[in-house]
Design a protein around this ligand. Structure first.
Ligand code: HAM
Length: 415
């Protein structure tokens, strides 16, 4: 027996109301903030992600689904969305359009992680990227959009954490301070590698002995150059203006190397090991790193599976799925030939019609119509066929009338 691969899941019809709901809210919010949808390939050249996400990150080192295609190309299933959007920005000359370019995506993402509640090997992200403006006002607007998105979904008790991790000017001195601090301490084997390869990742370690040391580590906000410090002050001012409550979390660095200046995360009410609902930040060096002109950018992404987990935990009610407008009940062989034709006519008139395909008693068909929640049932029997009419039953009041096919379409077409 085959099963869905570990860390993946089928999204069954009963789960679809959650997915529709989240996608509808995402589409509404992106429209309000002027974002346009982009879709990029599910796989890209591996080098794109290695360059963007960074060699010393868990994603690149341990989690990428990489394969050699039949032409010898080194490909990777998208482990995040930002790199692909930036690649598309450069490839399609979007720098010549009015900036910033504001794009959003709903896309499957692949990471070979250890599966657990809220952590999958295939998950789906709603993400947005604003490329081409370096002002902190754009960071604030992206955060505001993420916040309103979660609020509109009906999630309560959200917490916003922000930090600034500086830029190419001030980061080197900060990294030196970090290395000096950690060099003197006992480190887990992973952190010994991080110390050499990617010192910022030392702050991400989940090993309990390392976590105790992280608390007293040098803070990036104490090493910002004047431009980064001003940017961070401006961001806080904008967030206050917007009335968004935030905490400065000086240990927040995020797991991807492309970030500069602002990083942020939004946590849900109920914490767990995989609690982060969404996160993002600024990536002012990324477009240049990928071969474009120096171009600033900022964005955000959130995992739809985690959102749905939290919607369920907080008992957020989903809008009821639409019910079929009419059920076609048929009795007898002649009616069997007729029901498909009538269903086709009704559907072309915009009426969604349900029916059974094999013969059942009228009583059983009416029961099914009730279960489906149909407002009307059309009954086709021998008598109706002889007279060239149909019986129309209003399921709410259980009244029945005889009607011509044309009158039926006119009536139901308006329902
Ligand atoms: P990220 O924090 O790696 O950021 O992922 C964004 C969100 O995706 C997480 O907050 C979480 O909700 C969800 N997520 C991540 N991994 C998993 C997983 N294994 N299973 C379920 N959900 C998961 C990024 O990917 C950046 N590209 C975000 C960004 C956009 N930064 C700037 N622009």
């Amino acid at each position: 027996m085959f099963q869905a691969p570990r860390g993946t899941q089928d999204i069954l019809p009963r789960e679809q109301p959650y997915w529709h709901y989240v996608e509808r809210v995402a589409e509404k919010i992106t429209r309000l903030y002027g974002y346009e949808r982009i879709e990029t390939p599910v796989f890209e050249e591996s080098g794109l992600f290695i360059r963007s996400v960074g060699t010393g990150t868990d994603i690149v080192e341990k989690e990428m689904y990489t394969f050699t295609d039949l032409g010898g190309g080194e490909m990777t299933l998208r482990p995040e969305g930002t790199a692909s959007v930036c690649r598309a920005y450069i490839e399609h000359g979007m720098a010549s359009l009015p900036q910033p370019i504001k794009l959003y995506y709903l896309a499957p993402i692949f990471r070979y992680e250890r599966p657990q509640a809220g952590r999958f090997r295939e998950h789906h992200q709603f993400g947005c990227e604003a490329i081409g403006d370096e002002g902190a006002v754009v960071d604030a607007e992206v955060i505001d959009m993420a916040w309103l998105f979660f609020e509109t979904l009906g999630l309560k008790g959200l917490r916003l954490q922000i930090n600034s991790i500086g830029c190419t000017q001030c980061r080197p001195a900060y990294l030196t301070a970090l290395k000096t601090y950690f060099q003197a301490l006992p480190l887990c084997p992973d952190c010994q590698v991080r110390l050499k390869k990617n010192a910022l990742r030392l702050l991400d370690c989940k090993n309990s002995s390392c976590m105790a040391q992280i608390q007293n580590a040098p803070r990036s906000i104490d090493h910002l150059c004047s431009a980064c410090a001003a940017h961070f002050t401006n961001l806080q001012g904008h967030l206050e203006q917007l009335g968004l409550p935030f905490n400065i979390d000086t240990g927040l660095v995020r797991g991807l190397d492309y970030y500069t200046r602002t990083v942020f995360e939004i946590q849900p009410e109920l914490e767990g090991a995989q609690s982060t609902l969404g996160g993002g930040g600024r990536y002012d060096g990324l477009i240049e790193e990928l071969g474009g002109k120096p171009t600033p950018g900022v964005g955000f992404a959130t995992g739809i599976e985690r959102i749905i987990l939290n919607l369920k935990r907080q008992n957020v009610a989903m809008p009821a799925p639409p019910r079929p407008g009419v059920f076609i009940a048929w009795v007898g062989e002649r009616a069997q030939n007729e029901f498909l034709r009538l269903a086709a006519i009704l559907r072309r008139a915009g009426v969604d019609a349900a029916a059974t395909y094999s013969s059942r008693s009228l009583k059983a068909q009416l029961r099914l119509a009730n279960t489906l929640g149909c407002s009307y049932t059309v009954i086709i029997g021998e008598e109706e066929l002889t007279r060239g009419t149909l019986s129309l039953r209003n399921m709410q009041v259980a009244s029945q009338e005889e009607i011509t096919p044309d009158a039926l379409i006119a009536r139901l077409g308006q329902v």
